[in-house]
Design a protein around this ligand. Structure first.
Ligand SMILES: Nc1ncnc2c1ncn2[C@@H]1O[C@H](COP(=O)(O)OP(=O)(O)OP(=O)(O)O)[C@@H](O)[C@H]1O
Ligand SMILES: O=C(O)C1=C[C@@H](O)[C@@H](O)[C@H](O)C1
Ligand SMILES: [Mg+2]
Length: 260
């Protein structure tokens, strides 16, 4: 055997060790999940991720392959998250609720924590139409926009493990709700009109709020919509005075409970 052949064999042995370590690592991830579930512990522990990162930084401080190894660990972390997400939710998480209830914020956080795909319905529709939502409303009318929402929800049935952040009015159409439920659990996020006002008051891209961007106007529209939102929801989560982490933790726990 020449040197080159010998090095190649050594490399193959290294790969075998990496495979064994990854298999062991993944099975430990599953054990941690089972442990948290058994003892009713929070699934999301962002400080733990930070701790692991600091440990790696310390360990690799002087390593000449530091950047490359970090890159590999980034990939390992994303895959660990995917393993968790697949185990926790074998479906899409569909977030509905009034404008400003926090659908986009919560879906961003969930997609980061579980490396799930994110579908921001308003954004996807605006990109495909090459027009802003207010322009779609002004040019083609609300019905046209609602049809686009329906079609996108149907399209999402061939996906799973995505977080879908619906437009504020998507759940008002019965057909949309039926389509959401075909491969998703529908989570309604709520907040008081006062909270919503605080969250939306500085933005002008919600045409439905034109002329009623005040607590009274929001409250009236919310009342008109309440029954339909609640009828659509598998789970309702109030978001007033809660951090994004608290809301996400509650959401994950409630989804788990609903599967039991
Ligand atoms: N739990 C929270 N605590 C404090 N601020 C929040 C919380 N959730 C969302 N916000 C803030 O409220 C604003 C609206 O949130 P977001 O865009 O996520 O709502 P949305 O439901 O997606 O609204 P829309 O349906 O109109 O797109 C944002 O500025 C966001 O940072
Ligand atoms: O609540 C609504 O009816 C809407 C909310 C936004 O997300 C957009 O989907 C659109 O402005 C309509
Ligand atoms: Mg949004």
């Amino acid at each position: 055997m020449n040197d080159l052949e010998m090095y190649r064999e050594q490399l193959a042995l290294c790969d075998d060790k990496i495979i064994d370590a990854l298999v062991e690592r993944n099975s430990i991830i599953e054990k941690i999940m089972a442990y948290k579930e058994e003892y009713g512990m929070p699934i999301l522990q962002p400080h733990q991720e930070e701790k692991q990162k600091r440990r790696l930084e310390e360990k690799l401080k002087e390593n000449k392959y530091k950047e490359e190894i970090f890159d590999v660990f980034g990939c390992i972390l994303r895959n660990s998250k995917r393993i968790q997400a697949r185990k926790l939710f074998d479906y899409n998480i569909v977030l509905i609720g009034f404008m400003g209830a926090g659908k986009s914020t919560i879906s961003d956080y969930l997609s980061t924590m579980f490396d799930m795909d994110i579908v921001e319905m308003d954004q996807v529709i605006a990109e495909r139409e090459e027009m802003s939502i207010p322009d779609i409303f002004a040019t083609y009318g609300e019905e046209y926009f609602r049809d686009l929402e329906t079609n996108l929800l149907i399209e999402m049935q061939s996906h799973k493990n995505a977080v879908i952040s619906c437009g504020g009015g998507a759940a008002l159409r019965e057909k949309n709700v039926a389509e959401m439920k075909k491969n998703g659990r529908v989570v309604l996020l709520t907040a008081t009109p006062e909270t919503i006002f605080e969250r939306v008051k500085d933005s002008n891209d919600r045409p439905v709020l034109n002329g009623r961007k005040n607590v009274k106007g929001i409250s009236e529209l919310m009342e008109q919509r309440r029954e339909k939102y609640e009828a659509a929801a598998d789970i309702v989560i109030n978001t007033d005075d809660k951090t994004v982490l608290q809301i996400c933790e509650e959401l994950v726990q409630r989804l788990q409970e609903s599967e039991e």
